[in-house]
Design a protein around this ligand. Structure first.
Ligand code: NAP
Ligand code: MG
Length: 457
């Protein structure tokens, strides 16, 4: 490996998949300049034609789903089932926002002396910075609405996981999207990502990643009053009340946190259980955790693959000390690969890092609570506020607790969080702005107001 290229490692085998050239700062600047130059012609594409190009891009992704999914299995260790779903999500998000160019409707506002209209103008070049945990969907949530609104896009995948993003770039070109309208620039955050923040032609940065880096991006963007959307970390609560369907709550809890090996900002990594059913819940949770199928991510029956890298496995493992209160664990393969078994802990101090920090791996902490007020207080006892689940049979309580928990994405009797029809984003230090849903395109436009005098003054 040299400074000019990065060896992509298969996290399930530790074998090199491919070497990918790293984009330099100068090459990044040149790409941003090309993206700026491509703006006038892209925004001038008739709305119906821009919609058609996005639909063609969606169709190209659809035709390539198995290939994209296999690439993600090899690059990221995602289970093949998840990886197909992730590629399908890119297709769906492109189709969803393909409807936007023909519906970028302004307002005619009644004013004296003339006619007043508003336009939804594109911002310019949009820089999308993607983390390694969901390389395909997170890229699509940025580039699809940005392109739909008439912006050009430069996209930086995480250094560890560039392969599917590079393939999506090829598919866009095959679909007829001009080369400079959507460019994928694999490389380092400190080089390529930093140029997105610093280069004045980039008018918005869409960042998903750690809260620490997100804060630096926001500070950097402030120098140019650059628009920014941040999707950061989470320490999400799965709240199980005594009146819930306990069997269902326990059977699904492992998948609410161990999906993608816990490398999910929406992972429900704290399970809060009402004291009166705590023992019973733990009895039900143990076989559910032991039943999670961990292994070869390419096998159809696998439910959890490896962690992304040796370094990340070390970080996750560091949360477990010799005296950590481990209740029980699932299984994981031996040998090559960055494996870590699903692990359930029961910390008794609220200050335990297992309860306060985002582990971003397959470790979940279970904590008892006495009543509804305590459940909400515990759920909110974090700087984060991204997602969460509430399990109860009482619809009034479900709504009260949903309103009480400070998080952007909650689900009741379910762990569903990110659905492309609905807005996604965080409260508090989990982020700024919203992605997806019917309003996402607005975040990629500026409102321009034009007054036309009918009286010549
Ligand atoms: P990260 O270190 O923050 O990196 C995220 C992206 O930012 C990567 O592409 C990275 O490039 C780039 N980057 C790093 N330093 C940069 C800089 N100075 N300027 C511009 N870009 C820079 O996070 P990660 O380690 O990839 O992912 C794990 C974290 O992301 C977790 O904390 C997780 O919660 C969070 N996350 C949040 C969401 C959400 O939707 N809220 C989703 C996924 C992940 P390199 O590849 O070169 O490091
Ligand atoms: Mg990082």
């Amino acid at each position: 490996m040299t400074d000019l290229a990065f060896d992509v490692i298969n996290p399930a085998t530790e074998e090199v998949v491919r070497s990918v050239p790293l984009t330099s700062a100068e090459e990044t600047d040149a790409a941003i300049e090309r993206a700026r130059a491509a703006l006038p012609s892209w925004r001038a594409v008739a709305p119906g034609d821009r919609a058609r190009l996005l639909r063609r891009f969606a169709d190209a992704v659809d035709a390539d789903i198995e290939n994209l999914a296999r690439l993600e299995v090899a690059n990221s260790g995602h289970t093949i089932g998840n990886a197909r779903g992730e590629a399908g999500n890119v297709r769906d998000v492109l189709h969803y926002y393909a409807a936007a160019p023909e519906r970028l409707i302004g307002k005619q506002i009644p004013v004296p002396g003339g006619v007043n209209i508003t336009f939804a103008e594109p911002l310019g070049v949009v820089g999308v910075i993607v983390p390694w945990n969901f390389p395909m969907p997170i890229a699509g949530w940025g580039f699809a609405p940005a392109l739909a609104a008439g912006n050009t896009v430069v996209l930086k995948p995480a250094e560890l996981t560039p392969l599917t993003a590079l393939r999506l770039g090829e598919l866009a070109r095959e679909a007829g999207i001009p080369e400079d309208v959507f460019q994928v620039l694999p490389g380092k955050g400190s080089v390529v990502g930093q140029r997105f923040v610093d280069h004045p032609a980039v008018r918005k940065v869409v960042f998903t990643g750690s809260t620490e880096v997100g804060k630096r991006i926001m500070a950097g963007c402030s120098a140019q009053v650059k628009r920014v959307t941040l999707e950061l970390g989470g320490k999400n609560a799965n709240i199980v009340f005594a009146d819930a369907d306990l069997e269902q709550a326990a059977a699904t809890a492992p998948y609410g946190v161990f999906d993608n090996a816990g490398q999910d900002c929406c992972a429900r990594s704290r399970i809060l259980v009402q004291g009166s059913v705590y023992e019973r819940f733990m009895e039900l949770l143990e076989p559910a955790v032991q039943g999670v199928v961990v292994g070869d991510p390419g096998a159809e029956s696998t439910e959890m693959g490896p962690l992304i890298s040796a370094g990340h496995r070390e970080k996750v493992a560091s949360f477990l000390r010799p005296d950590s209160p481990v209740a029980f664990r699932g299984s994981a393969p031996d040998g090559a690969g960055f494996w870590f078994p699903p692990t359930v802990v029961t910390p008794d101090s609220p200050a335990d890092p297992l309860l306060t920090e985002e582990v971003f791996g397959p470790i979940v902490a279970v904590v008892p609570f006495a009543d509804e007020a305590e459940a909400v207080a515990l759920a909110n006892d974090t700087d984060y506020g991204l997602s969460g689940s509430i399990w109860t049979a009482d619809v009034g309580r479900a709504l009260r607790v949903s309103r009480g928990v400070e998080a952007g994405n909650l689900s009741v009797n379910s762990h569903s969080a990110v659905r492309y029809w609905t807005p996604f984003g965080g409260f508090k230090q989990s982020g700024l702005g919203r992605e997806l849903g019917p309003d996402a395109v607005e975040a990629f436009t500026e409102t321009k107001n034009v007054f036309i005098s009918t009286e010549g003054k």
